[in-house]
Design a protein around this ligand. Structure first.
Ligand code: SAH
Ligand code: SF4
Ligand code: F3S
Length: 452
């Protein structure tokens, strides 16, 4: 075991990935270093409960930690995130666990970890929801990644019938605009080119007791104007809260990427109503059309649930029809699963797992088709790619190197470099690329000009 070292295991959404990154950087600023699981003194499991078997996943992660660390009592195990919020002190049954921190409590985790290391044998839980957004201590600075994620809010007020997030992350709490812009500026000073603003329902930014009067559209304008920002994105918007101003910005802000992840969930009005989504299929189509009128090359992606209680084959066909109508470039799709305490968990007309599975496969087959059509249509075009690292797809053995990055639509692109170029100097920079081929889930291209 290495003293003052840490290892973080992350499950769940982008917000969890971001929380883990922040916790790592806060620990590094306090003098910790990252280590493999076997060698770490502090092991953090950052958990998610949005879909099936979250408790089992956490228990099996804890089991693996126990094994890899020979159940050493000197190893401090920390459980954070949505399962920690739900299970709470029950997690102390596993002897190595000495800190349980929920969605708001994670802000206090770095201090708590220091304290627990000084007081062997003690335990702490940080499970309260706070009334406002808790600002977090600054992490270690260093060369930034090509993309920086910045939180703009915590929690969600929507209570969609199937969803556990409002219970695990608490009510919506907007962050203050100056703090958001400071985080963005810092990332840009450290070399980031692209910023992604994060929240469970970003369009509702500012519309809670904690906002400072700045709307989401205004926040986007102010962020887009920061010097050095090449690309701006956000996730996740809610169709019901996406107003005309939010739509129009796709035509106004040149650095706002022409890609939107807009969760549809289902294509049938009856299912949408029982999900409590507060929009219908016609409204979604109208929104998709308005977005494409504002920005004709806009690419849409989505989240879909199949087998929601009461979903008939006909309802499901409407989901497929809407997917075609909207031409999603990609989607995340899931079988509905009961989450404890949610409204839908008490609905009686559950769909049999084999029917759910069959629908999921049919939906995913259609998505493959739509995704491939979208990728195929890109061949022959020129685009800008933000290089993130070396490509692992160096198949062609001709001695030329490939780098990997993303185009403005977020699609992965493998870029072949001219001979003799080592590529390292391209990481974190933007380059012009001609797309030569579409693979199954990515594009191949050749460097075709300027780097900036
Ligand atoms: N706030 C975001 C993300 C919510 S969780 C949004 O509103 O889109 C991410 C996705 O998980 C959801 O969009 C939904 O498709 C899926 N999901 C949430 N609860 C689920 C459940 N009980 N069963 C299956 N999928 C679920
Ligand atoms: Fe869950 Fe709905 Fe909130 Fe998204 S908007 S986090 S699906 S309750
Ligand atoms: Fe999972 Fe919590 Fe995110 S339930 S999806 S980690 S908000």
């Amino acid at each position: 075991m290495r003293e003052r070292s840490y290892h973080i295991i992350t499950f769940g959404c982008q917000m969890n990935v971001h929380d883990s990154r922040w916790l790592g950087s806060a620990l590094r600023r306090r003098g910790f270093s990252e280590a493999p699981l076997r060698e770490a003194e502090v092991v953090v499991v950052n958990t998610c409960s949005v879909r099936e078997k979250p408790e089992q996943k956490v228990m099996s992660a804890l089991g693996r930690i126990r094994q890899e660390t020979n159940a050493s009592p000197d190893v401090l195990v920390v459980v954070t995130g949505c399962v920690a919020q739900q299970m709470g002190e029950e997690l102390f049954r596993q002897p190595q666990v000495r800190l349980v921190a929920g969605s708001d409590g994670i802000a206090g985790a770095p201090q708590a970890i220091e304290r627990l290391l000084e007081e062997p044998g003690s335990r702490l839980s940080l499970l309260d929801f706070t009334s406002g957004y808790v600002e977090r201590e600054e992490g270690a600075r260093g060369p930034a990644g090509a993309v920086a994620y910045v939180n703009i809010m915590q929690g969600c007020d929507n209570f969609c019938a199937y969803c556990i997030v409002p219970y695990t992350r608490g009510r919506q709490k907007s962050r203050l605009t100056p703090a958001i812009l400071d985080d963005c500026r810092r990332a840009l000073e450290d070399g980031t080119r692209e910023i992604c603003l994060l929240g469970q329902n970003v369009n509702a930014f500012g519309r809670d007791a904690h906002g400072d009067g700045v709307s989401f559209a205004e926040l986007l304008r102010q962020t887009a104007a920061l010097p050095g920002l090449a690309r701006l994105r956000y996730v996740t918007p809610h169709p019901k809260d996406m107003g005309p101003e939010d739509v129009a910005l796709f035509g106004e802000l040149p650095n706002l990427c022409p890609r939107l992840h807009l969760p549809l969930q289902a294509g049938s009005d009856a299912v949408l109503a029982r999900m409590g989504r507060k929009y219908d299929a016609a409204r979604f189509v109208e929104l998709a059309d308005a977005l494409r009128a504002a920005r004709p090359d806009l690419a849409l992606s989505t989240d879909l649930i199949v087998g929601f209680p009461g979903e008939s084959e006909e309802d499901f066909q409407q989901t497929l029809a809407l997917m075609r109508r909207c031409g999603f470039m990609s989607s995340f799709s899931f079988c509905y699963s009961d989450r404890p305490g949610t409204r839908a968990s008490r609905f009686l007309d559950k769909i049999a797992p084999d029917v759910q599975q069959d629908r999921l496969l049919r939906l995913q087959a259609l998505q493959e088709e739509l995704g491939q059509a979208w990728l195929d249509a890109r061949v022959g075009t020129e685009t800008d790619v933000l290089i993130e690292g070396e490509s692992r797809r160096d198949a062609e053995n001709d001695g030329l190197k490939s780098m990997q990055g993303r185009d403005p639509y977020g699609a992965p692109v493998h870029v072949r470099l001219p001979a003799a170029d080592d590529g390292a100097s391209l990481i974190g920079r933007m380059t012009r690329v001609r797309i030569t081929e579409a693979k199954k889930h990515s594009l191949m291209g050749q460097q075709a000009g300027a780097i900036w």
